[in-house]
Design a binder for this molecule. Structure first.
Ligand SMILES: NC(=O)c1ccc[n+]([C@@H]2O[C@H](COP(=O)([O-])OP(=O)(O)OC[C@H]3O[C@@H](n4cnc5c(N)ncnc54)[C@H](OP(=O)(O)O)[C@@H]3O)[C@@H](O)[C@H]2O)c1
Length: 351
């Protein structure tokens, strides 16, 4: 049998339901993965409010990404994948004991890398790597501003940028400033009304890039803080998560604003990053994901990237995991693990 967490509609985390059903057989091109870790992302916070840009119709099984071991393969898939550990971006479906995944979406996890640790860089690692290296094309010596430097994507951005020889200013709540400093960034409070002035004290000529997942009116400051030749990478609208109304309107307003800014003759660029862009050319998209996630996982395997697992929570306690992810107290990523693994790590911790 398979166990999965179902989001039945717009509910509080406690409204998540646990369901069991027979394990499906993988179809052509698919693999059945025994899930060892699945992440809690900001996307699920939006989805449970019906506020995700590409909102899936209710009911559905959330789970933006996963790490697990292939247990069976469908027609046309190399049976040698069985027994090996892979990561995959799924958008939905990861919060389950087993998941069907297109074999082309599987990215091998290096030997010796823990499943929950690998999980912290699936959606986060691909997003951060592509924004740094495909959008901005960062170079050593640059200075960048990372908002939400304690979050899943934020902590990954900071570490990858530091690894590339970049100076990072990271905004977060003061309770996270020590953690942000440990990652090698200079922390600032994103609620400080004088934030732009604080950034200019650290980067008088402006910054080379701003990574902004907040949107709302603050995006204007993000653009203004750029040096000539700098790039604003907007990649979310966290500020409007709790604003009632259309899930698309804030994003469309943001697109219009960015398009307008790109017409200004001031040498700055404004870009909206969408992880799923280009998926219509599937093989090329999957190739980029394999290459980029492969780079981040390789850094982790070499000990040059530290996975920040905020908590390992049993799958059957997904409500607790969501509450924790939404609590504003977390540095890194909340990861759901199979109940028996959570029990085992709890026992080990107690020993
Ligand atoms: N465009 C894409 O392709 C793409 C891909 C992946 C992720 N994303 C976006 O990336 C962002 C981060 O995702 P994640 O999974 O890393 O989330 P996460 O781990 O939950 O971290 C969220 C971060 O945002 C901060 N935050 C939450 N609400 C905020 C608000 N109203 N104003 C300012 N900051 C706020 C949190 O700070 P506290 O802890 O202090 O609350 C935390 O630093 C999300 O906006 C998500 O939509 C976009």
């Amino acid at each position: 049998m398979l166990t999965e967490v179902v989001l039945p509609g717009q509910v509080e985390p406690e409204g998540l339901e646990l369901r069991t059903r027979p394990r499906p057989e993988p179809g052509p091109g698919q693999a059945l993965v025994a899930v060892e870790a699945s992440g809690v992302s900001f996307a699920e916070q939006q989805m449970r409010r019906g506020k995700y840009y590409d909102q899936p119709p209710f009911p559905f099984v959330p789970g933006y990404d996963l790490v697990g071991t292939v247990v069976s393969t469908g027609p046309g898939v190399d049976p040698a994948l069985r027994g090996r550990r892979f990561a995959a971006l799924t958008k939905i479906g990861g919060w389950a004991s087993h998941a069907l995944v297109d074999a082309g979406d599987l990215v091998e996890v290096p030997e010796g890398v823990d499943a929950a640790e690998a999980e912290t860089v699936v959606v986060n690692g691909i997003t951060a790597w592509q924004m740094l290296h495909r959008v901005v094309k960062v170079r050593p010596g640059m200075t960048v501003l990372v908002h939400g430097a304690n979050g899943g994507v934020g902590t990954t951005l900071v570490q990858l940028a530091r690894h590339s020889g970049i100076k990072v200013i990271g905004t977060a709540s003061p309770r996270h400033h020590d953690a942000v400093r440990t990652l090698g960034a200079t922390p600032l409070d994103y609620r400080d009304p004088d934030l732009p002035a604080r950034v200019r004290e650290l980067a008088p000529g402006g910054v080379d890039a701003v990574f902004d997942h907040i949107g709302g009116e603050g995006i204007v400051d993000s653009f203004r803080l750029l040096a000539r030749g700098g790039t604003l990478v907007s990649y979310g609208t966290a500020a409007t998560r709790d604003v009632p109304g259309s899930s698309r309107a804030p994003v469309l307003k943001l697109f219009a604003r960015l398009a307008l800014w790109n017409l200004l003759p001031n040498g700055r660029r404004a870009h909206f990053f969408n992880l799923w862009a280009g998926r219509r050319r599937l093989a090329a998209f999957q190739g980029r994901v394999r290459a980029d996630l492969g780079q981040v996982l390789a850094l982790m395997a070499k000990g040059e990237f530290t996975a920040l697992v905020a908590a390992r929570i049993p799958l059957s306690d997904a409500a607790k995991a969501m509450r924790l992810a939404e609590s504003g107290t977390v540095a890194g990523k909340v990861v759901l693990v199979p109940d028996e693994d959570a029990r085992r790590s709890g026992e080990e911790g107690a020993r």
